[in-house]
Design a protein around this ligand. Structure first.
Ligand code: FEO
Length: 164
């Protein structure tokens, strides 16, 4: 049986993952509107990945005998000043996710809930990858500066995500 404190916190995290997915979808739409289909593809793959995160927490809560309570998903920011701006927003989102996962882990430790800590360890590890992936794109955009050619090359590279 899961404590009501942990149940509430996991439900909150499920909502965060859905919100994150929706934000990535909004970023994908923005890139598509700028004819950067590769960036848009990367964001679409990421959007799907966030849904799998929500599903993982959903299944865990059900398996532990907890009750899933879905909350509303908010309107995501849909306009960005530049590709760099949009990617920086994605990185900020991942950093916020990491902070939430860490907080959730702390709570599970406080509650001596070992099963939840086990589940969350996967997310702790995943966040290292999540932040790294977005940071890499941001670093490349920073290196590209105003070069349209490099931006298009990066777009071409990001188009491959999820295709093999
Ligand atoms: Fe669900 Fe991108 O972390």
């Amino acid at each position: 049986m899961i404590s009501s404190k942990i149940e509430k916190a996991i439900n909150k995290q499920i909502n965060h993952e859905f919100n994150t997915s929706y934000t990535y979808l909004a970023i994908a739409a923005w890139f598509a509107s700028k004819n950067l289909a590769g960036f848009a593809n990367w964001m679409q793959v990421q959007r799907t990945e966030e849904l799998t995160h929500a599903a993982k927490l959903f299944d865990f809560l059900v398996d532990r005998g907890g009750r899933v309570e879905l909350e509303a998903v908010g309107k995501p920011k849909g306009d960005y000043g530049s590709p760099k701006d949009a990617i920086a927003a994605a990185l900020k989102l991942e950093q916020a996710t990491t902070a939430l996962i860490n907080k959730l882990f702390d709570l599970a430790a406080e509650e001596k809930d070992y099963a939840t800590q086990g589940c969350l360890q996967w997310f702790v590890d995943e966040q290292v990858e999540e932040e790294k992936n977005v940071s890499d794109i941001l670093a490349k955009l920073e290196m590209a500066g105003d070069s349209k050619g490099t931006l298009l090359m990066l777009d071409h590279q990001l188009a491959k995500r999820g295709k093999s």
